[in-house]
Structures are given as structure tokens and as C-alpha cells.
Design a protein around this ligand. Structure first.
Ligand SMILES: [Zn+2]
Ligand SMILES: [Zn+2]
Ligand SMILES: [Zn+2]
Length: 669
């Protein structure tokens, strides 16, 4: 139900006035003090849960016997509680805002209920707090404001104490200023900020996928604690499936920095963005980062199935994103160098203070699902948590947009998703281009993102959707900036690359979308051979394409985009299941070279160029982790690439973002 409809029905129910609608603020601490720990647990539940695939809490079912199972508390939902029963709701991720309002609207007058409202810390922390305990007569509703919720999870219990009649309610959790546009403080030093941007990093990837895939943690703290030794079996090995694939199965024990296997450019299971590595990258040229919050419910499901899930870490996309957000805000508050920024001027001030500006973005498949309440309210919820960009789809179609066809393995999952979600289509088309474009809801989402000055990420969208979005912002939104957070260039892919990536690329046609809207493209730094960049007539190839799978392959993409006049950033996709660019020297040099050419390719590299300490490691380690990202650009320079475009990409990103705020913006030539 849309909130406006809800408000209307509320008014109608009480004939235009609202008698009996309680408006009391809760007297939380006082009540808590009068309850023993055991009483509190019986009122508020334990707050611990093992998430399962049906959005319920198995242990709560087991603990509570015949009780109805615990449900996820979302922005808006309906519930029915039969006589003699109770229903419990719990937020799966902590709140970022301190105060929220609960609206509860009776949908019938068959029975009333007792309502118990609590807040819980994260599992394993201290006790719950009882916020409220009140009774509603049959047909009566309430609207109550609670505070002290920051970093805590809300809990609601509805008890129908009557002997007959089912109580039915519409619940709505509202944030202060919901939907209001963030008003930036535009006071900032206008001088360009320094450094390059990495616009696609899964900074909290260790908390994605049920918490059971990436071993190690991005958080600050002693390395031994944050990056503990991995015995090879204690995380996402998909062990029950015995895949036989080295990257997925269990592995020999590893220690960060002490064994050659971690960090490693081919690794997809161990933290690649430790706090130390990020700090080092920042000191060596990383001027701005986009932290992409990511999840995939299928993979999280596999992690649950493999019994690798971490307690208290949700598998559901939306809850997983919130938990990741919480952890990044924690980093923002606990360090003096990591700053989440919500507008370009805030970014400028952070950079001027020597801090790393971090912009939050979303990358999931089940974006703002219908079961979680009105999509706009969900968007506002994430906006309030500082999110400033998102992709309308990821691997599968959403009710906003078609997703780019990409690896074939995703197609059956997209098909199955469409079976369960009638509002989300699936069309096979020719198997290469997804015929599904932007839906009417997708247009509404674009309008709302423009209203909120959010950046529209075209990554992973079908070409059909990209064309529609471009035409729309060109004609209706004065060339509002479009960017692609992580992508490659179609025309220089190898045959195998074309088959794998399909329409998940930039083409000469879509390059125009980014150039004319003042947007930008993020160069995915993963391993892959490329065909030679063919310069336009009169031009000259800068970097010889003679070391497949290394920085030289990536340089081909860079040169092609540079020739298109595109603004280029890096898109490492660290912690995102990407084997990264391989080295040019040492035993793993030129990893994608055809076997018969490899020796010649290695010989063609000559001796390693001098440079920073990071570059010396990059020579044999490749792009193993965030610490070595600046060395990729250094290596490009050593191979003859003109890196001026990317050297100032942090500033280019802010220029793009400021354009989203510019009322006088026009389409560029
Ligand atoms: Zn491991
Ligand atoms: Zn992606
Ligand atoms: Zn990603």
C-alpha cells in the first residue's frame, strides 16, 4: 500500500478526525529498569536468529513451539494475528537514524491486541531495551515515535489476547524527513581534488552472501584479528557441492601476507580491501572510492545450504545491504581518514582535510522488492542511510529494468525468478540481447533518483534499458549524467570474451550516452586477454598488447575509451568474485597468453621498470589487493600509456556529480 493511500484510509476509518490515536512518546529506560533479564527476554525475544530462505527465523520457531514464526520488519507490511496467537517482527540490520515512527492501522474491528516494542543490539552484544508495551482496543490504531534506535534493531510483538477474532494491521515504519532532498552545504574549496577514483569496490563484501564467502574483514583493527589465518574450510567453499573448481573448493591453509596464496590476483575468497591496504592506496593516489554494497540471494542461499552462514548476517538482499551500510558507517565514525560523503561538496571538504571520500552505491538483484513495502519508501530508507547511486538491475531483471545478458549461468536463475515474481518478466530474445528494457516503474525510479540528485549507474542493464534511459534523460532531464560503474569495451573483446560478457559492455553507441551526459566509465580491472586497440586514422597505439591478462590488456580498453573522449575511472570490483589483472613478470607472468606464445610474451617485457615499492610487488603479484591498485596506473605509465585521463578521475567524478545538481545543465556535444 502506498503511504498516501494508507493515510487516507486512516482518516476514513476515523471519519476525518483521529480519536483514540495514541501520540505518546515511549518512556523506554524506565520500563526496562523494572524488568529482570528473563522477563525482558520473554517480552522482547532473544534478538538472535539464524536466517533461512523463507525470511523467517528457524530458531525462533523452535524456541516458541506453536507460535507463528518471526518475520522481517520492513518499511511497510500487513499482518494478521489469530485469536490467542502472537506475531513477532525484527529488523535484520541496525538503524542508522536515531528516531523512527511506528504507524499501526487497524484493518478490521474483529479484535484488538497488545503491542510490545523493543530494540535489540546486534547478536552477541548487550541486552534488549523495552520501548513500549500498550494495548489497542478492537479497531483502534496508533502512531508512536521512538528514539535511541541508532545502531539497534527494532522489534515488535503483536499479541491477540482475545479468544475469538483475528486482528489485522497495516504497519508502517517511517523515518524522519522521509523523501526530503538532502540539502548540501556548498561551501568547499573549489580547487580540484587530487588522485584517481575507483568507482566499484565491494568494500563490505565479507558481510555479503550470508557473511560466509569472503574470509577476513575490511574493518580497522589488528591484522591478526581482522585477517585471521584461513584453514581452507571455514568459509564459502561450497564444500557440499564438491565442484572440483579450484577457486570454489576448499584450499590449503593461508595466512595473509605470509603465504603466496593470499593476497593473490586470482583469489575470490579472501578479503582484498583490508583497512591497511585501503589506507595505503589512499596515500598513494586513490582520491575517491565508491563502495558498492552487494549481495546475491542465490549465492547466499548456497552459503546457508553449505552451513557456512555467519549468525546474525542476513541472506536477503535488502537486509544484507543494510548490514554492510552499518559496518561502513561504523568505519566512518571510528576512523579519522575514511569519510562517507553525501554530496560533491562534502567530498571536496573531506579530500581537503586529507580524508578519503567514499560514495555509497547498491548492486543487487532483488532491488526494493514488493514484499518489503512501497519501493519509494525503501529508496528513501537507503537514501537516509547515505546511498547516492544504484543499478536498476544486476544479474536478473527487476520490476524496474531488464538486466544485461551476461554469463549464461545466470539465465536459468532469471527465468526461475520471473516464475515466482509475476510482475518481473523474462524473455529469452536471441540469447545475446535481453529484450526487456525499462518498465513504467523504472521511469518513476529514474525520476525519483533525479529529484534526489542520485547518480544513475547503467552497469548491468540491458542495452534496451540503456537506450531508453539515455533518451529519457536527454529529452526530459537536460542530459542528467549517466555513468557505468564497472564495464569493458565490446569491440576489442576476444571471441570468448564476447560470449561471456554479451551486452554487459560499453559499445561505440553507448559511449555517446556517457560522453554527452557528462558521465563517466569505470574500467573493470579483472583478468582477460583483449584484442589490439585500433587507433582512429592518424592515431598511434600507445601500449603494445603483448602480455595477455596483464595491465597491457587493460590498457587497450583505456586507449579505446580515451579515443571516444570518455572520462575514465578504475573499477576494481574487489571482493566481487573477480580474478584480477595478472603480473608481467615472475612465474605467473602474462597468464592469459596462448601456451605457444607465452615465452615470447614474457621475453618481450624486458626487465621490470623501477618505481614504487608497490610497483615492485605488482611486477610479480599482479593486482592482488587494494594496496597495489595505484601500482596498476604506475605500470601503465611504464608501458607508455598517457594516464592523464585517469590521473584526475576523482575530480572528474565530482564534476559529474555536481552536474546532477546543476539546474542549467544541457546535453553536451
Ligand atoms: Zn580460505
Ligand atoms: Zn557487477
Ligand atoms: Zn560488483
Amino acid at each position: 500500500m502506498q503511504k498516501s493511500v494508507f493515510a487516507l484510509s486512516l482518516l476514513m476509518a476515523w471519519g476525518g478526525s483521529l480519536p483514540g490515536l495514541a501520540q505518546t512518546a515511549a518512556a523506554a529506560q524506565k520500563q526496562t529498569a523494572t524488568h529482570s533479564a528473563a522477563e525482558l527476554k520473554s517480552l522482547c525475544g532473544s534478538g538472535t536468529y539464524r536466517y533461512n530462505l523463507w525470511n523467517q527465523n528457524l530458531n525462533e520457531i523452535l524456541e516458541n513451539g506453536s507460535q507463528l514464526p518471526l518475520r522481517r520488519l520492513v518499511t511497510a507490511q500487513q499482518t494478521r494475528v489469530p485469536a490467542g496467537q502472537q506475531r513477532q517482527f525484527l529488523q535484520m540490520a541496525p538503524n542508522s537514524l536515531d528516531s523512527q515512527t511506528l504507524s499501526i492501522n487497524a484493518q478490521n474491528a474483529a479484535a484488538g491486541a497488545r503491542l510490545i516494542v523493543c530494540s535489540h543490539p546486534m547478536p552477541g552484544q548487550n541486552a534488549p531495551v523495552l520501548l513500549d508495551d500498550f494495548t489497542l482496543a478492537a479497531g483502534q490504531g496508533a502512531r508512536r515515535k521512538y528514539s535511541g534506535l541508532k545502531d539497534r534493531r527494532l522489534f515488535l510483538k503483536i499479541v491477540n489476547e482475545a479468544s475469538t477474532g483475528t486482528a489485522a494491521y497495516q504497519l508502517d515504519w517511517q523515518l524522519p524527513g522521509e523523501g526530503a532532498v538532502w540539502q548540501p552545504d556548498t561551501k568547499a574549496n573549489p580547487a580540484p581534488i587530487k588522485g584517481f577514483a575507483d568507482i566499484h569496490v565491494h568494500h563490505a563484501g565479507s558481510l555479503a552472501f550470508g557473511g560466509g564467502w569472503y574470509w577476513g574483514s575490511h574493518r580497522e583493527g589488528p591484522v591478526a584479528l581482522r585477517m585471521p589465518a584461513c584453514d581452507g574450510h571455514n568459509h564459502g567453499t561450497v564444500a557440499p557441492f564438491k565442484t572440483g573448481v579450484k577457486l570454489l573448493d576448499a584450499h590449503p591453509p593461508q595466512r595473509f601476507g605470509e603465504t603466496a596464496a593470499w593476497p593473490h590476483w586470482k583469489d575470490i575468497k579472501h578479503e582484498q580491501v583490508s583497512a591497511e591496504a585501503l589506507k595505503s592506496a589512499h596515500q598513494n593516489g586513490l582520491g575517491l572510492m565508491m563502495a558498492s554494497l552487494v549481495n546475491n540471494q542465490w549465492l547466499a542461499g548456497a552459503v546457508l545450504f553449505g552451513n557456512q552462514q555467519v549468525e546474525g548476517v542476513p541472506a536477503n538482499d535488502m537486509d544484507s545491504l543494510k548490514l554492510q551500510l552499518h559496518s561502513l558507517w561504523e568505519m566512518h565514525h571510528n576512523t579519522d581518514w575514511y569519510r562517507i560523503v553525501r554530496d560533491p561538496w562534502e567530498a571536496r571538504r573531506a579530500a581537503a582535510a586529507g580524508q578519503l571520500p567514499v560514495v555509497l552505491a547498491l548492486e543487487v538483484d532483488h532491488l526494493f522488492p514488493e514484499g518489503d513495502g512501497p519501493w519509494k519508501q525503501q529508496l528513501h530508507d537507503f537514501y537516509a542511510m547515505g546511498v547516492r547511486s544504484l543499478q536498476l538491475a544486476h544479474q536478473y531483471n527487476t520490476h524496474f529494468s531488464g538486466a544485461a545478458f551476461h554469463r549464461d549461468i545466470f539465465k536459468p536463475m532469471g527465468y526461475i525468478k520471473a516464475l515466482f515474481k509475476p510482475g518481473i518478466g523474462f524473455e529469452a530474445g536471441n540469447g545475446f540481447y535481453n529484450p526487456v528494457g525499462l518498465s513504467p516503474l523504472g521511469y518513476e525510479l529514474i525520476d525519483e533518483m533525479v529529484r534526489l540528485n542520485m547518480l544513475i549507474d547503467m552497469s548491468h542493464l540491458s542495452i534496451a534499458a540503456q537506450r531508453e534511459i539515455y533518451a529519457y534523460v536527454r529529452d526530459k532531464h537536460q542530459g542528467y549524467p549517466l555513468y557505468n560503474s564497472h564495464t569493458r569495451y565490446g569491440p576489442i573483446l576476444t571471441q570468448a570474451g564476447v560470449q561471456e560478457l554479451k551486452e554487459f559492455v560499453v559499445t561505440p553507441e553507448t559511449a555517446v550516452f556517457y560522453r554527452r551526459t557528462g558521465g563517466m566509465v569505470g574500467l573493470r580491472t579483472g583478468e582477460h586477454p583483449m584484442r589490439d586497440f585500433a587507433p582512429p586514422s592518424g592515431g598511434k597505439q600507445q601500449v603494445a598488447n603483448n602480455c595477455d591478462g596483464s595491465s597491457r590488456s587493460l590498457a587497450q580498453i583505456y586507449e579505446a575509451w580515451d579515443a571516444h573522449g570518455l572520462s575514465i575511472a578504475l573499477a576494481s570490483d574487489f571482493n566481487g568474485f573477480i580474478s584480477q589483472a595478472g603480473p608481467r613478470y615472475g612465474p605467473e607472468a602474462c597468464p592469459n597468453a596462448p601456451p605457444e606464445q607465452r615465452a615470447a610474451q614474457i621475453a618481450a617485457q624486458g626487465s621490470p621498470p623501477a618505481g614504487s615499492e608497490q610497483l615492485q610487488r605488482f611486477h610479480t603479484q599482479g593486482l592482488a589487493h587494494m594496496d597495489l591498485l595505484p601500482a596498476l596506473i604506475e605500470d601503465w605509465r611504464a608501458t607508455g600509456l598517457d594516464t592523464r585521463n585517469i590521473d584526475h578521475s576523482a575530480e572528474a567524478f565530482l564534476k559529474m556529480w555536481e552536474r546532477a545538481y546543476d539546474p542549467n545543465r544541457t546535453l553536451l556535444p
